[in-house]
Design a binder for this molecule. Structure first.
Ligand code: FES
Length: 108
């Protein structure tokens, strides 16, 4: 079970425009936060293909495309939606309290 202490404040909801991303560093990992239809999602920033920088990628709806070789990942789940990547990127638990975004452990 996930404890409250496992969550750390990483950003504010108002920092992220609807349909956009913000990258934050947590425990030396870069995490991509996105806001889609008002919900906040978090996935690892490193592309599952050759570690390309998803924070520099292109957003298309609920997907992000790696700028290096075009792999696509779902911003909500981290799942690959287009190769060449075959590995999903990690998805993190998120809690929102007012304007504060708290990041939790990997959940998928
Ligand atoms: S590093 Fe992202 S598609 Fe190759």
């Amino acid at each position: 079970m996930t404890e409250e202490a496992d969550f750390k404040k990483v950003a504010q909801v108002s920092d992220i425009e609807e349909g956009q991303i913000v990258a934050v560093e947590v425990a030396r990992e870069l995490i991509v936060l996105s806001k889609l239809e008002g919900e906040i999602y978090a996935i690892n920033e490193m592309c599952g293909h050759s570690n390309g920088p998803l924070a520099d990628g292109f957003i298309d709806g609920d997907q992000i495309e790696c700028p290096w070789h075009g792999s696509r990942f779902c911003l909500k789940t981290g799942e690959v939606t287009q190769g060449p990547a075959t590995e999903s990127v990690a998805r993190y638990a998120v809690r929102v309290d007012g304007d504060d975004i708290f990041l939790g452990p990997v959940i998928g």
